[in-house]
Design a protein around this ligand. Structure first.
Ligand code: ROI
Length: 167
């Protein structure tokens, strides 16, 4: 095991009480071996990217400190997905829980299994906005400051869950 590093995970669900899936997943991320949940972003409702004939998503981002290397961390994420009843079906289809490794330390990784930074993260408001909530100074290796992408991304279709301004 190596010295702990920062890693960021994108959470998404659009089946079987999505907000419950995402909240439970935060707690499970904190139980991964040699890994601690540093921060959990607010939850957002987002219109589906990809096929439109599926329910809207709940999305969020988790900040982890982990002593695991990327591959064992990915194994742990996939086992949490499986426990949530994730079935790999239609490409870009609905899912009970999706856990994407977005960022791992300041590394760029490109293997058969894993591409980090996550290839579409800089174009997706449902990733950028919750990431910015918990870690605004983040730098995306090979892509530049998070702030730059925040200013470019289209936020239509994304809204806070629960909506702000009510208590
Ligand atoms: N769309 C939204 N809004 N949120 C997601 O998490 C998400 N995940 C996916 C696809 C199907 C691409 N669309 C999504 O995997």
């Amino acid at each position: 095991m190596s010295a702990p590093v920062d890693a960021f995970v994108g959470l998404g669900s659009n089946l079987d009480d999505p907000a419950r899936q995402v909240r439970a997943a935060f707690a499970e991320l904190d139980t991964i071996d040699a890994t601690r949940l540093v921060a959990a972003s607010p939850l957002y409702r987002s219109a589906p990217v990809g096929p439109a004939d599926q329910p809207e998503y709940v999305n969020a981002v988790a900040w982890l400190h982990t002593g695991l290397e990327p591959d064992p961390l990915l194994d742990a994420l996939q086992s949490i997905e499986t426990r949530h009843g994730r079935v790999r079906g239609q490409h870009w289809g609905p899912r009970t829980l999706d856990l994407d490794l977005l960022l791992y330390a300041d590394r760029r990784i490109d293997t058969r299994r894993l591409v980090v930074p996550h290839p579409q993260m800089h174009q997706r408001a449902f990733v950028l906005v919750p990431l910015h909530d918990i870690a605004p100074d983040t730098f995306l290796p090979g892509l530049g400051p998070l702030e730059t992408w925040m200013n470019r991304v289209d936020r239509a279709g994304l809204r806070a869950d629960p909506p702000a301004g009510r208590d």
